[in-house]
Design a protein around this ligand. Structure first.
Ligand SMILES: *Cc1c(COP(=O)(O)O)cnc(C)c1O
Length: 377
C-alpha cells in the first residue's frame, strides 16, 4: 500500500499530473515471500504486469527468471541482466519470425497450445523445450483469462506428441488459473489435468518433466487475501496428491502478486457534480481513468482501495469516472464507491494496489492525456 517511502516521495517531489510510484522494497519482499513459500519452484516474473527497468533489474539480480510474451519483453529482460536460460517465451500466439528472433537471442523455452504453433516452433527454434498450456476454467478469479489460451488436456497430449515427433523437447504442461485467484482449489483442478497429460504421454514412452503453474497469486485490494505461505502450502499438498513421490520440476509466473501492492497512483479530483438536484449519488471525476491505466476496472472487476485525506469524515456513494470523453471511462457505477462528503475539487486521492497492470494498460495520448508516468523508488 502507500509505504512511507512513497508518501515521502510524493510530498517532496510533488510530481505534476497523475502518476504511479512503485516501492522496490515491497517488490523485494514479495520475491522473498514467493521464494520462501515455494522453495522448490522457479520464479518466472510475468513481465507484462510491470516492465519498469528498475523492477526487472532488481528481480534479475535476485535470481528471478522471466515470463515474456514478445521479442520486446525478451529484450527488456535481457537488458536488465537476465541470461537467455532464465527467460521463457510464454505466449502461445507468436509470429514465426519472432520465434526465430527469440531463438537467435538464445531462448530455448516456448509455450504452445496447438499443433499449428508447434510447427512454427519446430521450424524456427529447432530442438527447443516446449510446454503445452491447458485450459483452466478461471472460476474464483477476479480477472479470469477466458478461453483465449490453452487447449483441453486431451489435445495437449496430441500437441506434445507432435512436438516430440518434430524433434522438439516435449517438456511439460502449463496453466493459468485466472488472475487475482483467491480460491486455492483452482490449483487442485488444474494440477489434476496436468497429471492426466503426464500419464497419457508416459504410457506412450514420452516423459514430461515440468509443470508451469502460472500466475494468479493475488494482491490485497479491499479484501484480505491468503498469504503466499498459504498458497505455497496448499499447492504443495495438491502436487503431492496428484504426483505422489514423483513431483516434477515446477515453475510459477507471478505478475500481480509480485508488484501489485508495491505501487500507488496519485490522482487529483477534477470535478464533483450531480446530474439532477435531487440525485443522492455524486459523480467524482479523477484525472485518471480506464485509458490512463485503470483498465482493470472494466466490468468493475478490480476494486482498488482509494485513500483521501478526509477519510475520517462521513462518506456517501459516488460514481467514479475518468477524465476522457469516452462514455466507457467510468470506473465504478454499478457498485458506487463511498467517498467523503467533504471531498473537494482539487483534492488528491491515492489509488492503492496499482503496481500491476496499470502503466502497461495506459493509452499513449487518448484525448491528449499523457501515458501514465511512473517513478520507481
Ligand atoms: C499474465 C500472465 C501471468 C501473470 O499472471 P498474474 O495473475 O498477474 O500473476 C503469468 N503467466 C502468463 C502466461 C501470463 O499471461
Amino acid at each position: 500500500m502507500a509505504t512511507q517511502r512513497i508518501l515521502d516521495f510524493l510530498a517532496t517531489r510533488r510530481p505534476n499530473g497523475p502518476c504511479l510510484v512503485v516501492d522496490l522494497d515491497v517488490v523485494r519482499d514479495n520475491f522473498r515471500a514467493f521464494e520462501k513459500a515455494m522453495p522448490e519452484s522457479k520464479i518466472y516474473y510475468a513481465v507484462k504486469a510491470n516492465p519498469a527497468p528498475e523492477i526487472l533489474r532488481l528481480l534479475a539480480a535476485m535470481g528471478s527468471s522471466f515470463d515474456t510474451a514478445s521479442v520486446a519483453e525478451i529484450e527488456m529482460a535481457m537488458d536488465a541482466g537476465a541470461p537467455a536460460e532464465r527467460i521463457s517465451f510464454g505466449n502461445t500466439i507468436k509470429k514465426e519470425r519472432d520465434v526465430a528472433r527469440a531463438f537467435e537471442l538464445g531462448i530455448r523455452l516456448y509455450a504452445v497450445d496447438s499443433v499449428e504453433e508447434v510447427e512454427k516452433v519446430a521450424r524456427a527454434a529447432p530442438g527447443s523445450r516446449v510446454f503445452c498450456r491447458v485450459l483452466a476454467d478461471g472460476e474464483g478469479a477476479e480477472w479470469p483469462l477466458s478461453r483465449k489460451f490453452g487447449c483441453v488436456p486431451e489435445m495437449a497430449v496430441d500437441v506434445l506428441r507432435h512436438a516430440k515427433s518434430l524433434g522438439l523437447d516435449a517438456y511439460g504442461v502449463s496453466f493459468h488459473v485466472g488472475s487475482q485467484q483467491t480460491d486455492l482449489s483452482a490449483w487442485d483442478r488444474a494440477l489434476g489435468d496436468a497429471k492426466m497429460v503426464f500419464e497419457k504421454l508416459a504410457a506412450e514412452g514420452i516423459a514430461l518433466g515440468m509443470v508451469n503453474m502460472g500466475g494468479g497469486f493475488p494482491t490485497r485490494y479491499l479484501k484480505d487475501v491468503p498469504a503466499a505461505q498459504a498458497y505455497g502450502q496448499a499447492i504443495f499438498e495438491y502436487l503431492s496428491k496428484h504426483f505422489g513421490n514423483n513431483i516434477p520440476e515446477t515453475i510459477i509466473e507471478p505478475g500481480r502478486g509480485m508488484v501489485g501492492n508495491a505501487g500507488v497512483i496519485r490522482s487529483e479530483v477534477v470535478l464533483i457534480s450531480k446530474k439532477a438536484d435531487n440525485d443522492n449519488v455524486r459523480w467524482v471525476f479523477l484525472d485518471i481513468g480506464k485509458f490512463g491505466g485503470l483498465a482493470e476496472t472494466m466490468d468493475e472487476a478490480i476494486r482498488y482501495p482509494i485513500v483521501t485525506s478526509r477519510d475520517a469524515d462521513e462518506k456517501s456513494p459516488c460514481v467514479l469516472a475518468g477524465p476522457t470523453c469516452d462514455s466507457a471511462d467510468v470506473l465504478y457505477e454499478k457498485a458506487p464507491y463511498p467517498l467523503p462528503l467533504s471531498l473537494t475539487i482539487g483534492d488528491e486521492v491515492l489509488i492503492e494496489g496499482t503496481g500491476a497492470y496499470t502503466t502497461t494498460y495506459s493509452a499513449v495520448a487518448f484525448n491528449g492525456f499523457e501515458p501514465l508516468r511512473s517513478y520507481v523508488i
